[in-house]
Design a protein. Sequence first.
Length: 539
Amino acid sequence: MIPLKELQKGAQGAAYGLMASAAISAMPLLATPVQAETIRAVMHSGLRVLDPVATTAHITRDHGYMIFDTLLGMDEAFQPQPQMADWSVSDDGMVYTFTLRDGLKWHDGSDVTPGDVVASIQRWAARDGGGQMLMDHVDSIEATDAQTVTLTLSSDFAYVLELMAKPSSIPLFVMPTRVAETSPDEMLSVEDQVGSGPFRFVAGDYDPGNRVVYEKFEDYVPRDEPASWLAGGKVVNVDRVEWINMSDAQTALNALNTGEIDFLEAPSVDLLPILQANADIVVENLNELGSQTMGRLNFLYPPFDNPDIRRAALMALNQTDVLASLVGNPEYYSTCPSLYGCSTPLDTEAGAPASLTDKGDAQAAQTLLEEAGYDGTPVVMLQPTDSPTVSPQPVIAAQLLRRAGFMVDLQPMDWQTLVTRRASQQPPDQGGWNIFFTNWALPEVWNPLVNPMLNGRGRDGGWFGWPEDETLEDLREAFAKAETDEARQEIAERLQAHAFEQVTYIPLGEYATPSAWRSDLTGVLHAPMPVFWNLSREG
């Protein structure tokens, strides 16, 4: 068993590579794929929301990677690589030219066009915090011929490729124009699930929240380079992938042990010894950097529209109790005061209260509540009940907040209902909320431009919770314009200190989530999220 810190060390060197762009390196050709059969997987949640631009829910993002492709891809060295397109940059750094590779087709048989790319960039940038910042520096994006898209900047911006290639939280998925022209405030429908990716969505077999089926897209032409994270050749060696929802951890474990399913994304940590005792099961951590769990407060309504009451919540909560409840086995978790994640280039303790990584400070929280005039307004806390990676946090957090004097209304629901409800800007007693908890892989939070929670645009483009914070936005802009690693580090520390002061969100520690699969599956890729290309079944 390898502790989380040891797992992160191997990925840390790669993370530093993202601090500057690198030239594309030549890679050897892939071996010829061998056709296989059906892979049955139990993911961390059932799939109900099908629009990977309208939500940052990981299960919807994972669905996006099955059926859509991306303009660029991030490799395991944190470097942007060509995926659907190669690129060139003008000498002055102001014009980016993207050239689509040959053979790109939609699942309905039509060709992918530069116009599709332009429409997809525009929809993505309307929702994604990094995309919004990119568009603040863009003069134009145009389809300039049958294979070319030209992006012209209006001012210097060094993170064009990194933001377009980022693997999450909202990746730049390319969609047909008719789909991409859907307002980003509207959800894509079942009929809109037409991509150009390695798998196609089987609409007739879709049972929302219970089952989703993908079939190999026979006309998909993978790149020649070997797969590396979300870059390289997405070679599909199986005919069909089925995601089957099993919300009970023991049921899912039994299904894997008996061979009813082939892959279990997030087995309960306390059940891992049972899987490890089975010689026909592989247990391995595929996301070596680990994940950050966190709490998000709603800035729009009482009580958390009051910054002092937000600070009281920060003092009341602590990582030690949350991680013990979420993971249990300390081999798989560690406290971390950094909003950007520990073992990442911007790792810092700036602004973090010591109580956060210890046992909290209920007395200090009570004092803050009294001074802030807290009137007992109930805190509506959303509690998912069907996922082992997000169900425990609300239970322990409710206890900690009550101990500090908060009134907490714990409202149970399945995760996909939560994903829909957290988007509501209605008052908490009218279908809204005050606090919820979620998780991010560290590549999603490692710097201020990609971290969705560090968006200060409020109701107009901000992430759920909607803090309106001009200082936060100014610091993000300064980070984007900084010319040295030292300058970026200094700005990142100032930004983190400000975010803790405002309680933009509450980081609650880091953990590893091993996956498990039948030993006859080979080629399972290490990546920040599960992917189903490259793998094969022996025998």
